[in-house]
Design a protein around this ligand. Structure first.
Ligand code: NA7
Length: 540
């Protein structure tokens, strides 16, 4: 036996990641009496909210939704200040939970898992970390997050720029002074939109290099007053129960009304009302926005008209109007006076569809038409999403099969939780589940609880290893693809379909059937006695 294996530390469960999924997994399994070790590359808890400290970072799910429901004490003790919380408050919440539940004693921070290998003989996962440690455990929970591997733009010359380049997803912990500076931003997804509306107001000159315009709706965020907070707290149990039955995994309304079931003037009223109401209520106007192209076209026209009404310069307004892909087929963003920012004299839109970026130079960004001199560049160029974090280190399953080989044509899993060929490995909010299309905290809670039930079942039955069958995984993937087939989401080039990363297999492999149906599948899998899994009995 090798030296590293002899020095390995043995625990019951290894959890990779200290985002909201990993935090809950560590807590849940510890409470059930297991010896759990969590491993996290960041310096503390919070996952994506630990890293994403860029100005304007904010969750576009309502605070009441984007928070844990598993502990009534926590939801009663914590007070949200805004309807849509900003990153500092979400990170403070993660820290509050970690303090309250004493989670840090189970985590190793500033530590990255470099490999995870299934040992068939010993029936355990052996994880190596970048500090040279080796941990072994029968179970490995991958709470690596759908958005944790940042992606730089594929542009030549990044290393040549003389000034600082800040990446939204790895923002410095100290405040950056943009006063009087010429700042260039690449990327206009949710992140770039949030940065623009914040930094655009502070910088000397602010240049937005936009390739594909996104659709964004007014957030109309507001403070939560004490009376409402008290009401919220009194009604948390009912709201949490309703969230589990909602396709979004949150409290957002969902429509059953098709667009063309209303006459034109009424449709317009519905949209006007939702536009004024703010938040994602607009998505709840009609039931068929992502399945009926004709309905989608009219809703897109409505939003394009709004952009035209807000942005004063008609040429800029035109460039900001998304065209050529369905509205909401790219992750819908929520903003606070994003379009208004372009009316400021110091904010300049560079339309990279007409005038593409050629390279990053020593002193700025060069497009086909010339160079824009800059002091600072910001990248808001997204992530290798959904599968990136799980493939960023070596994951080796039964028979020495690498996860990256199994997934070379796209991720395949069962419920987004289990993977055939990878016994005793459990993912929370994994690919092929509803992650990214529904509330991630609700999904993570569901997945952790499902995993706890499964491991509890094995303990009771004296079983020591499980694996999902190929047939069950194929059946789940057939369902995922069957539901995805008619979705308009497939018509846009985005991280949702993997097209933002060169060489990545593309396709819509998320479960688009909504959280409530997903949960029903999870419950059925459990209630039928885990018949989709095969188990090994513990040797006595
Ligand atoms: P996104 O939504 O993937 O956006 C990345 C943006 O970066 C997008 O506008 C890209 O344009 C742009 N990009 C990437 N590479 C380039 C180059 N080379 N040149 C110009 N522009 C480029 O990431 P976000 O971080 O904003 O949001 C991710 C999720 O986080 C979000 O959906 C929420 O769920 C939270 P492109 O579209 O490729 O033309």
């Amino acid at each position: 036996m090798s030296r590293t294996i002899q020095s390995a530390e043995r625990v019951d469960i290894i959890v990779v990641g200290a985002g909201f999924g990993g935090m809950y997994a560590v807590y849940k399994f510890r409470e059930e009496g297991y010896n759990v070790v969590g491993i996290e590359a960041g310096g503390d808890v919070g996952g994506v909210w630990y890293w994403n400290r860029y100005p304007g970072a904010r969750c576009d799910l309502m605070s009441v939704d984007y928070s844990y429901g598993f502990s009534d004490e926590i939801q009663q003790e914590w007070n949200w200040s805004e309807q849509f919380a900003a990153q500092p408050e979400i990170l403070a919440y993660a820290n509050f939970v970690a303090d309250r539940l004493e989670l840090r004693k189970n985590f190793r921070f500033n530590t990255r898992v470099t490999s995870a290998r299934w040992d068939e003989e010993e029936k355990l996962w052996r994880c190596t970390t970048d500090d040279g440690a080796v941990l072994e455990a029968p179970f490995c929970i991958m709470s690596t997050g759908p958005l944790s591997i940042p992606k730089d733009p594929d542009i030549a010359g990044i290393e040549r720029f003389k000034g600082p380049i800040y990446r939204a997803q790895k923002w410095p912990h100290e405040e950056i002074d943009f006063t009087g500076k010429r700042v260039g931003l690449i990327g206009t997804g949710s992140t770039g939109i949030q940065i623009t509306q914040e930094v655009g107001r502070k910088a000397g000159e602010f240049f937005v290099f936009q390739r594909t315009p996104s659709w964004t709706l007014p957030m109309r965020n507001h403070d939560l007053d004490e009376a409402y907070l008290a009401e919220m707290k009194a009604n948390y149990p009912a709201m949490r129960a309703a969230m589990k039955m909602n396709p979004t995994g949150g409290t957002r309304p969902v429509s059953t009304r098709p667009f063309f079931s209303l006459p034109p003037s009424q449709r317009r009223d519905v949209m006007e009302h939702a536009w004024l109401d703010g938040g994602h209520t607009f998505l709840a106007c009609f039931s068929d926005l992502l399945s009926n192209q004709a309905a989608n076209d009219q809703v897109a026209d409505f939003v394009r008209d709004k952009i035209g009404e807000i942005v004063e310069d008609p040429e800029v307004a035109e460039a900001l109007k998304p065209r050529g892909y369905p509205i909401f087929a790219r992750r819908p963003c929520l903003d606070t006076e994003y379009y208004e920012t372009y009316n400021l004299p110091n904010v300049h839109l560079k339309d990279c569809l007409k005038d593409p970026i050629v390279e990053i130079a020593e002193n700025g960004i060069r497009t086909e038409s010339g160079e824009v001199e800059l002091d600072i560049i910001i990248f808001a160029t997204g992530y290798d999403a959904l599968t990136g974090a799980l493939l960023a280190f070596e994951v080796v399953g039964r028979g020495g099969v690498l996860l990256k080989d199994k997934w070379k044509e796209g991720p395949r899993s069962y419920l987004g939780i289990l993977v055939e060929g990878f016994p005793n490995m459990i993912a929370t909010s994994g690919p092929n589940g509803p992650a990214a299309l529904a509330n991630l905290i609700t999904i993570a809670e569901n997945d952790v609880e499902w995993a706890a039930d499964l491991i509890g079942h094995m303990k009771k039955q004296g079983l020591d290893a499980f694996e999902v069958t190929k047939e069950a995984e194929d059946r789940w993937m057939d369902e995922v693809f069957r539901l995805a087939e008619p979705s308009l989401i497939r018509k846009a080039q985005t991280w949702w379909v993997g097209s933002n990363v060169k060489g990545k297999p593309t396709g819509l492999s998320m479960y688009v059937g909504g959280f409530a149906n997903y949960r029903a599948h999870c419950m059925a899998a459990k209630n039928n006695g885990y018949s989709d899994l095969v188990f090994d009995k513990r040797a006595v």
